[in-house]
Design a protein around this ligand. Sequence first.
Ligand code: CA
Length: 239
Amino acid sequence: MKQILIDKYLEKHGYTEWEPKVALFDMDGVLYDSMPNHAKAWHDSMALYGVEMSEAEAYAFEGMRGFETIKIVAGRQWGRTVTDEESNDMYRVKSEHYAACPTAGLIPGVKALQEEMLRLGLRIGVVTGSGQHSLLERLQRDFQGLISPEIFVTALNISRGKPAPDPYLMGMSMAGTEPWQTIVVENAPLGVRAGVAAGCFTVAVNTGPLPDEILANEGAEIVLHNMDEFRQLLPELIP
Ligand code: CA
């Protein structure tokens, strides 16, 4: 069954080898159950600027850098270009709203999944569109010994964010791997699109309210529903 997934993946990209060496994890909705907070922070902060952003819309834009999301959503509603300065200011306010939310817990089972990955010989990195310092610092502590600190891409070190492949290309460059040696773990449509565009084996774990089909339609190799399911599948994916 899993060999079929791998064969399909190799054929889709025209690769001949499958030799997974690294897993690149997205952060929000994959490491942390932080999306409900983000969705609320998006809604409440944008309302201060007269911008209507529903929580559902926050999930649809998940993965894109906040700076870019604001330019699209506010620009559409204002009918004009949003300046860099306006967008930076609004993102700062959004980040303040996020910081005032209750602390997000870890996604259940994610550490056990990572322990199993290490046991099977993978290294682990993080590729996030977040520039939220409070979360990025906490991550280094919560996942110490699991995540390789040298494989760490954030909104702060790329110029083109998800859904462009750039963040995952940079993650692979930090890890020294090719796409056919790289597993991406994502929960959001735009994140899946970025992983697929980078040529990685992209696993979607649907931890949020969107229907599975959206993630499958973005090209995810498989759509799972929790980290335990992924951990159980893992030995079949690693030769
Ligand atoms: Ca995410």
